[in-house]
Design a protein around this ligand. Structure first.
Ligand SMILES: [Zn+2]
Length: 64
């Protein structure tokens, strides 16, 4: 059982370290699916989906 716990701890740590740190704010960037509605010339909307790396610098923009 102890071995399993060690492994879980290591896996957890590995996940935490995997994120890229933002040099500006120092927080770890989280990959997030960002859906943006874009108006086309015909007056309809379509959705642009993109993966963005969210940190404190742009979270307000993404989650607004
Ligand atoms: Zn940042």
């Amino acid at each position: 059982m102890a071995k399993q716990q060690d492994f879980a701890e290591k896996a957890k740590k590995g996940m935490q370290e995997k994120g890229t740190k933002c040099p500006k704010c120092g927080s770890v960037k989280t990959p997030t699916m960002y859906v943006q509605s874009v108006r086309t010339p015909d007056g309809t909307y379509r959705f642009n989906r993109s993966h963005v790396q969210v940190c404190k610098c742009n979270e307000k923009m993404v989650f607004a």
